[in-house]
Design a protein around this ligand. Structure first.
Ligand code: KMH
Ligand code: ZN
Length: 284
């Protein structure tokens, strides 16, 4: 079985002080994503930063970043609507108006470290409906057990567009599930049989849990949003070593990275988006 590799190069929390190779500005992000694409990534999960490196949902910065990426490669853009804990929901939700092929959908409010991650039920339903109408495929972020039911309720209410569901099992956020193999198995076992899923393992257990998820048939996400280290005390030199590590793990299990076209097919991405992307690709 092939594997979809997502690169998550930036995230909302780490800074260049934590790891100077963290890409934060549009060109830095685009170049890192391109390197990851050449190594096998077919999805780029994108967080944006302003000129001062603070998380932002600024549409111009988003457009510029997407353009710089798509000038370099046809990787599928997945905009984060999580954005950053200090950014209001309304601004975060506006990002889907850029009609990326994919965006994240965080179904529940929760504690997130020392702050709150606000995803009020009514706003989440509105965002889900807007994404469905714009044919933006949601990636459902599951940080805790009850989030599975919240996500399935959205599906049952017809708010999630075409199946299969695309799910991230997020482990290791303070306020969500701990990063343990038991939690991964438990959530994976509660997803619909045809759901497409990956693990997002934050921090030190990133490697082990990514390996377990791959062995179970899940996809892989790699990048500096999830860990800044390759091993104890060894900072990663950019995103590429993390992506290469995920690709190597998959290869050891006999799994080849999907191309962009294969990932589109595996996710049943909407025709309109495919056509628009193809039109752009032929202009390059
Ligand atoms: N930052 C991760 C804990 C999102 O961006 O919407 C989860 C995440 C979700 O990537
Ligand atoms: Zn994210």
């Amino acid at each position: 079985m092939d594997v979809t590799i997502t690169v998550a190069p930036t995230g909302p929390i780490a800074t260049k002080k934590d790891n100077p190779t963290l890409p934060t500005q549009p060109l830095e992000i685009a170049e890192e994503v391109h390197r990851a694409y050449l190594a096998g990534a077919s999805i780029a999960h994108i967080h944006l930063r302003d000129e001062d490196d603070r998380p932002t949902a600024d549409l111009d910065i988003a457009r510029r970043t997407i353009d710089l990426i798509q000038e370099r490669c046809d990787i599928l853009i997945q905009l984060s609507t999580g954005v950053g804990l200090a950014v209001p929901f309304e601004e975060r939700a506006r990002l889907v108006e850029l009609r990326p092929p994919m965006a994240t959908l965080n179904p529940c409010t929760m504690s997130f470290g020392d702050a709150m991650f606000l995803n009020p039920p009514g706003d989440v339903r509105e965002l889900a409906a807007r994404m469905r109408d714009l044919q933006v495929k949601p990636e459902l972020e599951i940080y805790d057990t009850g989030h599975v039911e919240a996500a399935l309720r959205l599906r049952d209410d017809g708010l999630l567009g075409e199946e299969p569901l695309q799910v991230s099992i997020v482990l290791g956020v303070r306020g969500g599930m701990a990063a343990t193999a038991e939690n991964l198995l438990m959530i994976a076992g509660r997803l619909p049989a045809d759901a497409v899923w990956q693990v997002i393992a934050i921090g030190r257990p990133n490697l082990e849990l990514t390996a377990i998820a791959l062995a179970l048939g899940g996809n892989a996400r790699a990048g500096m949003e999830d860990t800044l280290y390759l091993g104890k005390g060894v900072k990663t030199d950019g995103n590429l070593p993390l992506v290469e590590r995920a690709v190597a793990l998959a290869a050891a299990l006999g799994r080849r990275p999907r191309t962009v076209a294969e990932t589109r097919e595996a996710l049943a991405l909407a025709r309109a988006t495919v056509a628009a992307d193809d039109a752009l690709a032929t202009q390059r």
